[in-house]
Design a protein. Structure first.
Length: 118
């Protein structure tokens, strides 16, 4: 397994379409990270703009055969001396939280990969 870092321009903004009650509000709602199915669709649509149909079919076959797998896209904070990968906070972490800290716990959306692994 390896991570692929997609570098964006400073200040870049994204809309990761979220489920909305009706079509008038769907552009005003956004997910907090790009989900794997959305990323897969974006990759194929971008490839379809620049690649011949045979290449697109080969890409799809590679996914179907399990030669290529993707996960959802998450955040990376890069500094001069280290990088921090962020992952969604696991739901089971709430089991160890005392009631007086539950409100603070719910404000945390992501944890570092290092915390996840420990």
């Amino acid at each position: 397994m390896r991570a692929v870092v997609l570098t964006c321009k400073p200040g870049a903004r994204f809309h990761f379409g979220g489920i909305a009650p009706d079509e008038n509000t769907w552009l005003s709602t956004s997910e907090e990270w790009i989900r794997s199915d959305t990323l897969f669709s974006a990759l194929l649509n971008a490839a379809a703009e620049v690649c011949p149909p045979a290449t697109i079919e080969a890409i799809v076959r590679a996914f179907e055969a399990g030669q290529v797998r993707i996960s959802s896209g998450f955040y990376l904070l890069q500094g001069p001396n280290r990088s921090i990968f962020f992952l969604p906070k696991p739901a089971h972490y709430a089991l160890g939280v005392k009631n007086n800290n539950l409100r603070k716990f719910h404000t945390v959306k992501f944890i570092s990969k290092r915390v996840w692994e420990s």
